[in-house]
Design a protein around this ligand. Sequence first.
Ligand code: 13P
Ligand code: SF4
Length: 359
Amino acid sequence: MADGAFGLSKELELATAPVWAKVRDHVTPLEWPAQAALIHEINALKRERDAVILAHNYMTPEIFHGVGDYVGDSLGLAKEAAKSKAKVIVQAGVHFMAETSKILSPEKTVLIPDLKAGCSLAEAITGEDVRLIKQRYPGLPVVTYVNTTADVKAETDICCTSANAVQVVEWAAKEWGVDRVILIPDEFLARNVAAQTNVGIIAWKGRCIVHERFTASDIAEMREAYPGAEILAHPECPEDVLSAADFAGSTAAMTDYITSRKPKQVVLITECSMAANIQGDVPEVSFIGPCNMCPYMKRITLENIRDCLRDMKFEVTVPEEMAERARLAVQRMIDLPPPVVPARYDLVKARHHVAVELI
Ligand code: 13P
Ligand code: SF4
């Protein structure tokens, strides 16, 4: 019976009211009845299937606030996958994240709502490429960004994310007793890490199609138009973008920066949903564009999450022999102590000489 607001039943209106309070600036009253019903249905299916939804910070607000049991950056999602007690993991994110969950939790059923939710970085390199790199640089440790496929992780010594890349690179150099490491496949992350360490970096020419599009002149324009705004950028951006920003870090580090410091005005140089999601928690902060949309992340919707749980599709698997080798690399990263200071790339400005060799 439609006795509540937006033509919802009173029960549905009450059940979804806390979510509406967080998404109301980004979802129209016209869209809300269908979304509220899907959120309710998904949350019931989760209980039925003993499932947990791990949602990346780039999910749309109705997913992020409505059905995500754990929301966070790649590092946080991987840690959560390793310790979750649920039987089923639904990855509301991209394919490499679902593979990472499966690698860490081989006994669980890992589902992704759309198999085409890929990543330009993961597509930039193969396991065969890594074998050739190792032949060319024998004895150097291979540090691989988690934004890679399982066959690449299987060729890796240790993984990293944007939250811990500097720490991992320095750990690997010390552990192997060398002054250079291979850090693949994101060229810009490699350059930004190199600006913060004395360890030499050998990098690959992979790019994130979302972050490579930002330029230093975008930042200059924003500074001129909004002189009081604080500018935060993701380390997958080109290094001159980071140099011009006030802070750089993983999606979780940017969220922490905003929720703890509550700057009046913020420009987030990253994927569009980030600002919308944080806004729900800090309504007093005003967010100013620009942002770029990740077409892979945006393949995940409430509809296909519902279908995924209802029909138990699409299952993500990794051949056991490959998973075993990849697990070593991911687990090594997870076992490192959390960085004392979360990765901050704002030291970029202070460095002049950056040793990066591009393969
Ligand atoms: P984070 O690890 O910062 O969440 O980044 C993942 C990603 O895909 C960014 O483009
Ligand atoms: Fe990959 Fe970039 Fe999309 Fe992240 S934002 S999933 S790195 S393409």
